[in-house]
Every structure is written in structure tokens, then in C-alpha cells.
Design a binder for this molecule. Structure first.
Ligand SMILES: Cc1ncc(COP(=O)(O)O)c(C=O)c1O
Length: 366
């Protein structure tokens, strides 16, 4: 069989998503018992207690398919968010929704505009749909350059992704910047606003995407249960979108795309606002401590609205290896002179600061 002839030409040049190192791998390599995984922007604590209890109750019923329309969850989300159920889509992670939206909207040759560096799934789902990726560099402050993104839009543009706050830099666009962008956006373009880190944001200048959603305008707001709600392994995210788009996604998705476990975990998580608040506060405290340690060590970084910090370093490989030797996994961003360091427990932060202090002693200024 000639597999090159068999596999669609568009798939050939695609590069699979490269996940961070696995804990078991690093345990073996470093010889450390305690491994601190700060590379995938997960929450260090488990799912909410109410979610765990709820998920346990459905285990005996997993012989049945899930509710393909996620009715209970969509009802709960509608109430919580103050939007009608008909505007809600639920996916196997918000990652799936990014892909489904691209599949529903992008035809071969259409342009897809997004900032760079940003979430690596945007180029992947553009390639998957044979669209043309238009990458607009972040500003010197590592923020989305919204005027440049507007200028990059042409008649052939179908989709614009805005990641707010941005992964991997943790920066956000302000309400004033976003207002200007949205009001200048041409009608033929769908704006997908990826708010995966929404619950971690504390800035009063943050533009809540739902404030821009009116059911008519071509805007989709995506959020996830993978981050503050700690359900990354269950895979569930949601989107608020105009009804024709919800219906289009219903056509291209699998009939049972979200597992029962995930639906139930998400449903019960929604009821616990105090846990969200507690985690957001602790994340802020740990981030503040990390910033002050970076300052003391002379390490540059970009202030973040998320649960990770973009640490600027001319020695990313050496610092990555120094942390790894201590059992700490951070994200090496390939070509960027930076590492993405996740916020974990207080013990994780202490260990990271100790390892960075030792790295400075050994390697000089980072
Ligand atoms: C910006 C952004 N969007 C979407 C996702 C996908 O999250 P999930 O598919 O787990 O909901 C991530 C995950 O890291 C992310 O960083």
C-alpha cells in the first residue's frame, strides 16, 4: 500500500500536538520521587468534591451512551451564564469545539487569522480544514496586536481566534482594546474568543466575552472545565454561539461526543462558586510569590492573568534541564527565549524557587 497516496495531501505536513513530558517518564529520568508537573496549565488540586461524588454515582450506568445533547448540563450552564440553552454547545474539551467550529466554517483556502505565539491548536485545526493560517505576531509586550489582526483580515478570512488571556504568555487584551476590535470587525468573519483561563482572571479591565454575545453577532465564546475546575482528564468544554453555528456543530460532531462522566462532573462543579474563588485566590498568592522570587533572582517575566507565567530567559534549554533534574516539569516553548511555568501548590512554588535559585548559582544570570 502506498500510504503517501492514501493519506490526504493536507495531512502530510501536519505536526501532531506535542504534549508535555509525562510524570512517569520524568520520575525515571530524574530519580526523584516527587514530580511536579507544571507544564500543562492544569490545576494542582483534584476535581471539586461535589463533582467527584457525582461522577461516582454514574459509574454503574456506563453501559449506556451519554446524553448526546447534554441537556442537564446545558440547562445548568444556561442558568449560570444567563444565556438561552439554544446558544450552548458542549465538547470533548474546548479543543474539540475549536476543531468542530473550524470544520463547520473553513473551506480549503479560507484564511484563519490568529496571534502568534498563541494556543497551538489554532494552526492545527486550520491545517486540518485546509485553511490558510495567518499568524499575527504579538506586540513587544507579548499581547495580541488587535489593530494588526484587523489589518490582516481580507475578503477570504473566515475565522479569527482571539485567546484571552493568551496561552502561552498569560497576557490579556483590555476591554477598551477589545471594544474597538469588535466594532471594526467585518460581518463576514466569525470571531472565536477562547477564554480557557477565564476563571483565573482578576483584572477589572478584562472584557468578559459574554458581554459581547447577543445571539446574532458572529461571536463564539469558548470556556473549559479543564483548568480551574480540574476536569482536564474527563474532557469537557463549552461554547456560547449563535444558533446556526450550534446547529452546524451538531452536524459535524460525533453523536455522543461528551462522556457521561464529563457531563456529570461539569454539572456538579458549576454549583460550587466558593471553590472557584478559593482556587483563584490561592493561584494569585502563589503567582505573587513567584513574581517576587523572580525579581529577587533577576529573572524577567510577563505578568499573567492565568495559572502560568511566561518566564523570559536566554537559556531556556539549560533552565528546563535544571528544573527537570529536580523533578519539576515546565513547558519549553521551542524557539521562544522563554519557558512557561505553571502555578501549582505552595510546595510546588517553593521547590521551583529553590531550583531556580540553584540554577542562577550554577549558570549565572538566566
Ligand atoms: C487557550 C486554550 N484553549 C483551549 C484549551 C483546550 O482545553 P480543553 O480542550 O482541555 O478544554 C487550552 C488547553 O490548554 C488552552 O490553553
Amino acid at each position: 500500500m502506498d500510504y503517501d497516496a492514501l493519506i490526504r495531501p493536507g495531512v502530510g505536513p501536519m505536526v501532531p500536538y506535542a504534549p508535555g513530558l509525562r510524570v512517569s517518564e520524568v520520575r525515571e529520568k530524574s530519580g526523584k520521587d516527587v514530580i511536579r508537573k507544571l507544564s500543562s496549565n492544569e490545576n494542582p488540586y483534584g476535581p471539586f468534591p461535589s463533582a467527584l461524588a457525582g461522577m461516582r454515582t454514574v459509574l454503574p450506568y456506563l453501559n449506556r451512551y451519554p446524553d448526546g445533547a447534554a441537556r442537564e448540563l446545558r440547562r445548568a450552564l444556561a442558568e449560570k451564564l444567563g444565556v438561552e440553552e439554544r446558544f450552548l454547545m458542549v465538547g470533548n474539551g474546548s479543543n474539540e469545539l475549536l476543531t468542530l467550529i473550524a470544520q463547520a466554517v473553513v473551506s480549503p483556502g479560507d484564511e484563519v487569522v490568529f496571534a502568534w505565539p498563541s494556543f497551538v491548536v489554532y494552526p492545527i485545526c486550520t491545517q486540518l480544514t485546509c485553511g490558510r493560517a495567518v499568524k499575527v505576531p504579538l506586540t513587544a509586550e507579548q499581547v495580541h496586536d488587535l489593530p494588526a489582526m484587523l489589518a490582516a483580515i481580507t475578503e477570504d478570512t473566515k475565522l479569527v481566534f482571539v485567546c484571552n488571556p493568551n496561552n502561552p504568555t498569560g497576557t490579556m487584551v483590555t476591554r477598551a482594546q477589545f471594544d474597538e476590535f469588535v466594532s471594526a470587525l467585518p460581518d463576514h468573519v466569525l470571531l472565536v474568543l477562547d477564554e480557557a483561563y477565564f476563571e483565573y482572571v482578576t483584572s477589572p479591565e478584562f472584557p468578559n466575552g459574554l458581554d459581547y454575545f447577543d445571539g446574532e453577532r458572529p461571536i463564539v465564546v469558548l470556556r473549559t472545565f479543564s483548568k480551574i475546575y480540574s476536569l482536564a482528564g474527563a474532557r469537557i468544554g463549552y461554547g456560547v454561539a449563535p444558533e446556526p453555528l450550534v446547529r452546524a456543530v451538531d452536524k459535524v460532531r460525533e453523536p455522543f461526543n461528551v462522556s457521561t462522566i464529563a457531563q456529570v462532573g461539569a454539572y456538579y462543579s458549576l454549583a460550587d462558586d466558593s471553590e472557584v474563588e478559593r482556587r483563584r485566590r490561592e493561584n494569585q498568592e502563589q503567582k505573587a510569590y513567584l513574581y517576587s522570587s523572580f525579581d529577587r533572582l533577576g529573572i524577567s517575566y510577563v505578568p499573567s492573568e492565568t495559572n502560568f507565567v511566561y518566564m523570559l530567559t536566554e537559556k531556556p534549554v539549560e533552565v528546563f534541564e535544571a528544573l527537570l533534574a529536580e523533578g519539576i516539569i515546565v513547558r519549553d516553548l521551542g524557539t521562544s527565549p522563554a519557558l512557561r511555568v505553571g502555578i501549582g501548590t505552595p510546595e510546588d512554588t517553593d521547590a521551583t524557587v529553590a531550583a531556580l535559585t540553584a540554577a542562577v548559582a550554577k549558570l549565572g544570570p538566566l
